[in-house]
Design a protein around this ligand. Sequence first.
Ligand code: UD1
Ligand code: UDP
Length: 380
Amino acid sequence: MKIGIVLGTRPEIIKLSPVIRELEKLKENINYLVIHTNQHYSENLDRIFFKELNLPEPKYNLRIGSAPHGKQTGRMLEGIEKVLIREKPDIVIVQGDTNTTLAGALASSKLGIEVAHVEAGLRSYDRSMPEEINRVLTDHISDYLFVPTEVAEENLRREGITENVFLVGNTIVDATLQNIEIAEERKEEIFEGGMLDIVKDGDYFLLTIHRAENTDNRRRLKSIVEGILKVAEYYDETVIFPLHPRTEGKLKEYHLWDKLKNKNIKILEPVGYFKFLILEKYAKLILTDSGGVQEEACILKVPCITLRKNTERPETLEVGSNILVDVEKGDILEAVDSMLRRNRNWRNPFGDGRSGERIVRILVGGYDLSIEGRTYKNGI
Ligand code: UD1
Ligand code: UDP
Protein backbone atom coordinates (compact mmCIF):
# COMPACT_ATOMS: atom_id res chain seq x y z
CA MET A 1 0.00 0.00 0.00
CA LYS A 2 1.25 3.48 -0.83
CA ILE A 3 -0.08 6.70 0.66
CA GLY A 4 0.56 10.21 -0.60
CA ILE A 5 0.18 13.23 1.67
CA VAL A 6 -0.32 16.61 0.04
CA LEU A 7 0.29 19.65 2.23
CA GLY A 8 1.39 23.23 1.71
CA THR A 9 0.61 25.66 4.52
CA ARG A 10 1.35 26.18 8.21
CA PRO A 11 -1.89 24.67 9.55
CA GLU A 12 -1.68 21.66 7.24
CA ILE A 13 1.85 20.86 8.42
CA ILE A 14 0.74 21.14 12.05
CA LYS A 15 -2.52 19.23 11.69
CA LEU A 16 -1.05 16.46 9.55
CA SER A 17 1.94 15.97 11.84
CA PRO A 18 0.07 13.41 14.03
CA VAL A 19 -0.91 11.44 10.90
CA ILE A 20 2.67 11.50 9.60
CA ARG A 21 3.91 10.37 13.01
CA GLU A 22 1.60 7.35 12.87
CA LEU A 23 2.67 6.51 9.33
CA GLU A 24 6.33 6.76 10.37
CA LYS A 25 5.67 4.05 12.96
CA LEU A 26 4.40 1.76 10.18
CA LYS A 27 6.98 2.60 7.57
CA GLU A 28 8.34 -0.95 7.45
CA ASN A 29 5.02 -2.01 5.92
CA ILE A 30 3.43 1.13 4.56
CA ASN A 31 5.08 3.20 1.91
CA TYR A 32 4.20 6.88 2.26
CA LEU A 33 5.47 10.10 0.80
CA VAL A 34 4.90 13.79 1.43
CA ILE A 35 4.27 16.18 -1.43
CA HIS A 36 4.72 19.82 -0.38
CA THR A 37 3.21 22.45 -2.67
CA ASN A 38 5.18 25.14 -0.80
CA GLN A 39 2.12 27.41 -0.81
CA HIS A 40 3.81 28.64 2.36
CA TYR A 41 7.54 29.06 1.85
CA SER A 42 8.75 31.70 4.35
CA GLU A 43 10.98 30.01 6.93
CA ASN A 44 8.62 30.86 9.81
CA LEU A 45 5.50 29.60 8.01
CA ASP A 46 7.10 26.43 6.70
CA ARG A 47 10.56 25.02 7.58
CA ILE A 48 10.30 25.88 11.26
CA PHE A 49 7.39 23.44 11.66
CA PHE A 50 9.17 20.56 9.93
CA LYS A 51 12.10 21.11 12.28
CA GLU A 52 10.13 21.54 15.49
CA LEU A 53 7.72 18.71 14.79
CA ASN A 54 10.56 16.49 13.69
CA LEU A 55 8.90 15.64 10.38
CA PRO A 56 10.66 13.86 7.52
CA GLU A 57 11.60 15.94 4.49
CA PRO A 58 8.92 16.02 1.79
CA LYS A 59 9.91 13.75 -1.09
CA TYR A 60 8.68 16.42 -3.50
CA ASN A 61 8.65 20.16 -3.09
CA LEU A 62 6.71 21.77 -5.93
CA ARG A 63 7.80 25.33 -5.03
CA ILE A 64 4.47 26.87 -6.09
CA GLY A 65 4.57 29.87 -3.71
CA SER A 66 2.16 32.79 -3.86
CA ALA A 67 -0.07 33.74 -6.79
CA PRO A 68 -3.72 34.64 -7.40
CA HIS A 69 -6.12 31.76 -6.69
CA GLY A 70 -6.52 30.42 -10.24
CA LYS A 71 -2.84 30.54 -11.08
CA GLN A 72 -1.76 29.11 -7.74
CA THR A 73 -4.30 26.28 -7.79
CA GLY A 74 -3.63 25.56 -11.49
CA ARG A 75 0.11 25.29 -10.95
CA MET A 76 -0.48 23.00 -8.01
CA LEU A 77 -2.77 20.75 -10.05
CA GLU A 78 -0.16 20.42 -12.77
CA GLY A 79 2.67 19.73 -10.34
CA ILE A 80 0.73 17.29 -8.15
CA GLU A 81 -0.58 15.39 -11.17
CA LYS A 82 2.94 14.77 -12.46
CA VAL A 83 4.05 13.39 -9.11
CA LEU A 84 0.96 11.20 -8.75
CA ILE A 85 1.42 9.72 -12.21
CA ARG A 86 4.99 8.85 -11.31
CA GLU A 87 4.38 7.59 -7.77
CA LYS A 88 0.96 5.94 -8.22
CA PRO A 89 -0.21 6.08 -4.60
CA ASP A 90 -3.36 4.16 -3.65
CA ILE A 91 -4.69 6.96 -1.46
CA VAL A 92 -3.92 10.66 -1.13
CA ILE A 93 -4.47 12.43 2.18
CA VAL A 94 -5.33 16.14 2.22
CA GLN A 95 -6.24 18.31 5.20
CA GLY A 96 -8.44 21.33 5.77
CA ASP A 97 -9.52 23.97 3.30
CA THR A 98 -6.64 25.68 1.52
CA ASN A 99 -5.90 25.90 -2.19
CA THR A 100 -3.38 23.09 -1.61
CA THR A 101 -6.18 20.93 -0.16
CA LEU A 102 -8.40 21.41 -3.19
CA ALA A 103 -5.57 20.92 -5.69
CA GLY A 104 -4.43 17.73 -3.94
CA ALA A 105 -7.95 16.31 -3.90
CA LEU A 106 -8.81 17.30 -7.46
CA ALA A 107 -5.58 16.05 -9.03
CA SER A 108 -6.01 12.72 -7.25
CA SER A 109 -9.67 12.14 -7.96
CA LYS A 110 -9.20 12.87 -11.69
CA LEU A 111 -6.55 10.16 -11.78
CA GLY A 112 -8.86 7.71 -10.02
CA ILE A 113 -6.80 7.79 -6.82
CA GLU A 114 -8.80 7.65 -3.58
CA VAL A 115 -8.88 10.87 -1.57
CA ALA A 116 -8.93 11.00 2.23
CA HIS A 117 -9.99 14.37 3.63
CA VAL A 118 -8.85 15.11 7.16
CA GLU A 119 -11.07 17.69 8.91
CA ALA A 120 -13.95 17.13 6.52
CA GLY A 121 -17.44 18.55 6.95
CA LEU A 122 -16.64 22.02 8.32
CA ARG A 123 -18.97 24.71 7.02
CA SER A 124 -19.23 28.44 7.63
CA TYR A 125 -22.09 28.61 5.10
CA ASP A 126 -20.38 31.69 3.70
CA ARG A 127 -19.47 31.12 0.07
CA SER A 128 -17.59 34.40 -0.14
CA MET A 129 -14.73 32.69 1.73
CA PRO A 130 -12.21 30.90 -0.50
CA GLU A 131 -11.88 28.29 2.26
CA GLU A 132 -15.59 27.42 2.08
CA ILE A 133 -15.36 26.72 -1.64
CA ASN A 134 -12.28 24.57 -1.06
CA ARG A 135 -13.99 22.60 1.74
CA VAL A 136 -17.21 21.92 -0.11
CA LEU A 137 -15.49 20.82 -3.31
CA THR A 138 -12.94 18.68 -1.49
CA ASP A 139 -15.61 16.92 0.55
CA HIS A 140 -17.64 16.12 -2.53
CA ILE A 141 -14.73 14.40 -4.29
CA SER A 142 -13.36 12.59 -1.25
CA ASP A 143 -13.59 8.84 -0.67
CA TYR A 144 -12.81 8.95 3.06
CA LEU A 145 -14.19 11.80 5.11
CA PHE A 146 -12.58 12.18 8.52
CA VAL A 147 -14.89 14.48 10.46
CA PRO A 148 -13.76 16.04 13.75
CA THR A 149 -17.18 16.39 15.36
CA GLU A 150 -20.82 15.39 15.04
CA VAL A 151 -21.61 18.89 13.76
CA ALA A 152 -19.31 18.27 10.79
CA GLU A 153 -20.86 14.86 10.24
CA GLU A 154 -24.32 16.40 10.19
CA ASN A 155 -23.17 19.08 7.71
CA LEU A 156 -22.10 16.33 5.33
CA ARG A 157 -25.30 14.38 5.85
CA ARG A 158 -27.30 17.45 4.82
CA GLU A 159 -25.34 17.51 1.57
CA GLY A 160 -26.06 13.83 0.98
CA ILE A 161 -22.62 12.55 2.03
CA THR A 162 -23.10 9.62 4.37
CA GLU A 163 -20.77 6.91 3.05
CA ASN A 164 -17.28 6.49 4.49
CA VAL A 165 -17.70 9.33 6.98
CA PHE A 166 -15.60 8.64 10.08
CA LEU A 167 -15.90 10.58 13.30
CA VAL A 168 -12.32 10.63 14.53
CA GLY A 169 -11.87 13.92 16.38
CA ASN A 170 -9.56 16.72 15.25
CA THR A 171 -5.83 16.09 14.84
CA ILE A 172 -5.23 19.53 16.37
CA VAL A 173 -5.87 17.93 19.77
CA ASP A 174 -3.13 15.36 19.07
CA ALA A 175 -0.77 18.12 17.91
CA THR A 176 -1.52 20.34 20.91
CA LEU A 177 -1.13 17.56 23.47
CA GLN A 178 1.97 16.13 21.78
CA ASN A 179 3.72 19.51 21.77
CA ILE A 180 2.58 21.58 24.74
CA GLU A 181 4.73 19.64 27.19
CA ILE A 182 7.82 19.93 25.01
CA ALA A 183 7.09 23.64 24.66
CA GLU A 184 6.77 23.97 28.45
CA GLU A 185 10.07 22.18 29.01
CA ARG A 186 11.82 24.48 26.54
CA LYS A 187 10.07 27.66 27.64
CA GLU A 188 13.17 29.38 29.05
CA GLU A 189 15.16 28.65 25.91
CA ILE A 190 12.31 29.60 23.55
CA PHE A 191 11.81 32.98 25.17
CA GLU A 192 15.47 33.63 25.81
CA GLY A 193 16.24 37.27 25.18
CA GLY A 194 12.77 38.57 25.90
CA MET A 195 9.17 38.21 26.92
CA LEU A 196 9.61 35.43 29.48
CA ASP A 197 8.42 37.65 32.34
CA ILE A 198 5.35 38.88 30.56
CA VAL A 199 4.53 35.33 29.49
CA LYS A 200 4.99 33.90 33.00
CA ASP A 201 2.76 36.62 34.44
CA GLY A 202 0.15 35.92 31.78
CA ASP A 203 -0.37 39.61 31.57
CA TYR A 204 -1.27 40.02 27.90
CA PHE A 205 -3.78 39.35 25.17
CA LEU A 206 -2.76 37.38 22.07
CA LEU A 207 -3.89 38.45 18.59
CA THR A 208 -3.69 36.84 15.13
CA ILE A 209 -5.33 38.05 11.92
CA HIS A 210 -4.85 36.70 8.42
CA ARG A 211 -8.16 35.78 6.79
CA ALA A 212 -8.79 37.38 3.40
CA GLU A 213 -12.22 38.60 4.51
CA ASN A 214 -10.50 40.74 7.19
CA THR A 215 -7.22 41.66 5.52
CA ASP A 216 -8.33 42.39 1.98
CA ASN A 217 -10.97 44.95 2.91
CA ARG A 218 -9.58 48.26 4.16
CA ARG A 219 -12.71 49.16 6.11
CA ARG A 220 -12.72 45.89 8.03
CA LEU A 221 -9.00 45.87 8.68
CA LYS A 222 -9.21 49.45 9.96
CA SER A 223 -12.09 48.50 12.27
CA ILE A 224 -10.01 45.62 13.63
CA VAL A 225 -6.98 47.85 14.25
CA GLU A 226 -9.14 50.46 15.97
CA GLY A 227 -10.99 47.83 18.01
CA ILE A 228 -7.71 46.30 19.21
CA LEU A 229 -6.28 49.70 20.13
CA LYS A 230 -9.43 50.40 22.12
CA VAL A 231 -9.09 47.11 24.00
CA ALA A 232 -5.36 47.63 24.67
CA GLU A 233 -5.98 51.13 25.99
CA TYR A 234 -9.06 50.33 28.08
CA TYR A 235 -7.44 47.35 29.82
CA ASP A 236 -3.93 48.85 29.68
CA GLU A 237 -2.81 45.42 28.59
CA THR A 238 -0.09 44.34 26.15
CA VAL A 239 -1.40 42.80 22.94
CA ILE A 240 1.09 40.33 21.45
CA PHE A 241 0.54 40.16 17.70
CA PRO A 242 2.52 37.58 15.66
CA LEU A 243 1.94 38.98 12.21
CA HIS A 244 1.12 36.87 9.12
CA PRO A 245 2.92 38.32 6.05
CA ARG A 246 -0.39 38.78 4.26
CA THR A 247 -1.62 41.04 7.06
CA GLU A 248 1.64 42.96 7.26
CA GLY A 249 1.43 43.66 3.53
CA LYS A 250 -2.17 44.87 3.74
CA LEU A 251 -1.58 47.02 6.85
CA LYS A 252 1.16 48.81 4.94
CA GLU A 253 -0.79 49.05 1.69
CA TYR A 254 -3.81 50.54 3.49
CA HIS A 255 -1.64 52.97 5.53
CA LEU A 256 -2.74 51.40 8.81
CA TRP A 257 0.74 50.32 9.89
CA ASP A 258 1.61 53.49 11.81
CA LYS A 259 -1.59 53.25 13.88
CA LEU A 260 -0.16 50.08 15.43
CA LYS A 261 2.92 51.90 16.71
CA ASN A 262 1.59 51.94 20.23
CA LYS A 263 3.27 51.09 23.53
CA ASN A 264 0.73 48.34 24.22
CA ILE A 265 0.98 46.58 20.86
CA LYS A 266 3.85 44.12 20.50
CA ILE A 267 4.23 43.01 16.90
CA LEU A 268 6.25 39.84 16.25
CA GLU A 269 7.17 37.91 13.13
CA PRO A 270 5.11 34.69 12.87
CA VAL A 271 6.46 32.41 15.59
CA GLY A 272 7.15 28.68 15.72
CA TYR A 273 4.65 26.19 17.12
CA PHE A 274 6.25 25.79 20.55
CA LYS A 275 6.39 29.52 21.12
CA PHE A 276 2.87 30.00 19.85
CA LEU A 277 1.45 27.27 22.09
CA ILE A 278 3.05 28.91 25.12
CA LEU A 279 1.78 32.34 24.06
CA GLU A 280 -1.71 30.84 23.79
CA LYS A 281 -1.58 28.92 27.05
CA TYR A 282 -0.58 31.87 29.22
CA ALA A 283 -2.67 34.56 27.50
CA LYS A 284 -5.54 36.13 29.43
CA LEU A 285 -7.52 36.09 26.22
CA ILE A 286 -7.03 35.34 22.54
CA LEU A 287 -8.40 37.44 19.68
CA THR A 288 -8.18 35.79 16.27
CA ASP A 289 -9.71 35.00 12.92
CA SER A 290 -7.78 31.72 12.60
CA GLY A 291 -9.51 28.36 12.54
CA GLY A 292 -6.77 26.42 14.29
CA VAL A 293 -6.33 29.08 16.95
CA GLN A 294 -10.05 28.95 17.85
CA GLU A 295 -9.61 25.21 18.41
CA GLU A 296 -6.36 25.45 20.36
CA ALA A 297 -7.79 28.19 22.61
CA CYS A 298 -10.68 25.86 23.40
CA ILE A 299 -8.35 22.92 24.10
CA LEU A 300 -5.97 25.01 26.24
CA LYS A 301 -8.89 26.59 28.15
CA VAL A 302 -8.17 30.15 27.14
CA PRO A 303 -11.15 32.37 26.30
CA CYS A 304 -11.29 33.33 22.64
CA ILE A 305 -12.91 36.10 20.64
CA THR A 306 -13.24 35.40 16.94
CA LEU A 307 -13.17 38.56 14.88
CA ARG A 308 -15.46 37.31 12.15
CA LYS A 309 -19.14 37.22 11.19
CA ASN A 310 -19.28 33.43 11.27
CA THR A 311 -17.27 30.40 12.20
CA GLU A 312 -17.02 26.86 10.90
CA ARG A 313 -16.17 25.86 14.47
CA PRO A 314 -19.62 26.39 16.10
CA GLU A 315 -18.72 23.75 18.73
CA THR A 316 -16.52 26.39 20.41
CA LEU A 317 -19.47 28.80 20.66
CA GLU A 318 -21.64 26.04 22.03
CA VAL A 319 -19.25 25.00 24.80
CA GLY A 320 -18.61 28.65 25.68
CA SER A 321 -14.90 28.98 24.88
CA ASN A 322 -15.40 31.40 22.02
CA ILE A 323 -17.65 34.22 20.83
CA LEU A 324 -17.98 35.97 17.51
CA VAL A 325 -17.56 39.69 17.11
CA ASP A 326 -18.11 41.37 13.79
CA VAL A 327 -15.78 44.32 14.41
CA GLU A 328 -17.75 46.63 12.16
CA LYS A 329 -20.95 46.13 14.12
CA GLY A 330 -20.32 44.40 17.45
CA ASP A 331 -18.91 45.82 20.65
CA ILE A 332 -15.44 44.39 21.13
CA LEU A 333 -14.98 45.83 24.66
CA GLU A 334 -18.19 44.23 25.82
CA ALA A 335 -17.07 40.91 24.31
CA VAL A 336 -13.67 41.09 26.03
CA ASP A 337 -15.31 41.89 29.35
CA SER A 338 -17.72 39.00 29.06
CA MET A 339 -15.02 36.49 27.98
CA LEU A 340 -12.64 37.54 30.76
CA ARG A 341 -15.34 36.71 33.29
CA ARG A 342 -16.16 33.38 31.72
CA ASN A 343 -15.59 30.22 33.71
CA ARG A 344 -12.96 28.14 31.90
CA ASN A 345 -14.38 24.73 32.70
CA TRP A 346 -15.82 24.11 29.26
CA ARG A 347 -15.58 20.72 27.58
CA ASN A 348 -13.23 20.08 24.66
CA PRO A 349 -15.46 19.02 21.75
CA PHE A 350 -12.59 18.07 19.42
CA GLY A 351 -11.73 14.61 20.68
CA ASP A 352 -9.17 12.83 22.81
CA GLY A 353 -5.91 13.39 20.94
CA ARG A 354 -5.87 10.06 19.12
CA SER A 355 -7.30 11.19 15.80
CA GLY A 356 -4.07 10.58 13.87
CA GLU A 357 -4.00 7.02 15.10
CA ARG A 358 -7.64 6.43 14.13
CA ILE A 359 -7.18 7.91 10.66
CA VAL A 360 -4.18 5.72 9.91
CA ARG A 361 -5.85 2.61 11.34
CA ILE A 362 -8.90 3.20 9.19
CA LEU A 363 -6.84 3.77 6.05
CA VAL A 364 -4.42 0.91 6.46
CA GLY A 365 -6.04 -1.54 8.79
CA GLY A 366 -9.67 -1.85 7.88
CA TYR A 367 -12.40 -0.47 10.03
CA ASP A 368 -11.47 -1.25 13.62
CA LEU A 369 -12.56 1.97 15.24
CA SER A 370 -12.52 0.87 18.82
CA ILE A 371 -9.62 2.37 20.72
CA GLU A 372 -9.43 1.88 24.47
CA GLY A 373 -13.06 1.21 24.99
CA ARG A 374 -14.34 4.28 23.22
CA THR A 375 -16.06 3.34 20.02
CA TYR A 376 -16.14 5.69 17.08
CA LYS A 377 -18.62 4.30 14.61
CA ASN A 378 -19.19 5.17 11.03
CA GLY A 379 -22.22 7.43 11.13
CA ILE A 380 -22.74 7.79 14.89
C1 UD1 B 1 -3.67 30.42 3.30
C2 UD1 B 1 -5.03 29.77 3.13
C3 UD1 B 1 -5.88 30.02 4.37
C4 UD1 B 1 -5.15 29.56 5.63
C5 UD1 B 1 -3.78 30.19 5.68
C6 UD1 B 1 -3.00 29.65 6.83
C7 UD1 B 1 -5.94 29.65 0.86
C8 UD1 B 1 -6.88 30.24 -0.11
N1 UD1 B 1 -5.74 30.33 1.99
O1 UD1 B 1 -3.85 31.82 3.41
O2 UD1 B 1 -7.09 29.29 4.28
O3 UD1 B 1 -5.91 29.94 6.74
O4 UD1 B 1 -3.05 29.91 4.48
O5 UD1 B 1 -2.01 30.53 7.27
O6 UD1 B 1 -5.39 28.62 0.60
N2 UD1 B 1 3.16 34.96 2.01
C9 UD1 B 1 4.47 35.06 2.42
N3 UD1 B 1 5.13 33.91 2.73
C10 UD1 B 1 4.59 32.70 2.61
C11 UD1 B 1 3.26 32.58 2.19
C12 UD1 B 1 2.55 33.73 1.89
O7 UD1 B 1 5.00 36.15 2.53
O8 UD1 B 1 5.26 31.72 2.92
C13 UD1 B 1 2.38 36.19 1.71
C14 UD1 B 1 2.39 36.54 0.24
O9 UD1 B 1 2.37 37.94 0.15
C15 UD1 B 1 1.06 35.98 -0.23
C16 UD1 B 1 0.17 36.17 1.00
O10 UD1 B 1 1.03 35.97 2.10
O11 UD1 B 1 0.56 36.66 -1.35
C17 UD1 B 1 -1.00 35.20 1.05
O12 UD1 B 1 -0.54 33.85 0.95
P1 UD1 B 1 -1.53 32.68 0.45
O13 UD1 B 1 -0.84 31.39 0.50
O14 UD1 B 1 -2.18 33.08 -0.83
O15 UD1 B 1 -2.69 32.70 1.50
P2 UD1 B 1 -2.70 32.82 3.09
O16 UD1 B 1 -3.23 34.17 3.41
O17 UD1 B 1 -1.40 32.42 3.64
N1 UDP C 1 0.58 29.33 14.61
C1 UDP C 1 1.95 29.34 14.84
N2 UDP C 1 2.60 30.54 14.88
C2 UDP C 1 1.96 31.73 14.70
C3 UDP C 1 0.55 31.70 14.48
C4 UDP C 1 -0.10 30.49 14.43
O1 UDP C 1 2.57 28.29 15.02
O2 UDP C 1 2.61 32.78 14.73
C5 UDP C 1 -0.12 28.02 14.52
C6 UDP C 1 -1.26 27.84 15.49
O3 UDP C 1 -0.80 27.24 16.68
C7 UDP C 1 -2.23 26.94 14.73
C8 UDP C 1 -1.95 27.23 13.27
O4 UDP C 1 -0.73 27.96 13.25
O5 UDP C 1 -1.98 25.57 14.96
C9 UDP C 1 -3.05 28.04 12.69
O6 UDP C 1 -2.70 28.43 11.41
P1 UDP C 1 -3.33 29.70 10.70
O7 UDP C 1 -3.91 30.60 11.70
O8 UDP C 1 -2.28 30.23 9.80
O9 UDP C 1 -4.43 29.05 9.74
P2 UDP C 1 -5.94 28.56 9.93
O10 UDP C 1 -6.00 27.63 11.07
O11 UDP C 1 -6.79 29.77 10.09
O12 UDP C 1 -6.22 27.91 8.62
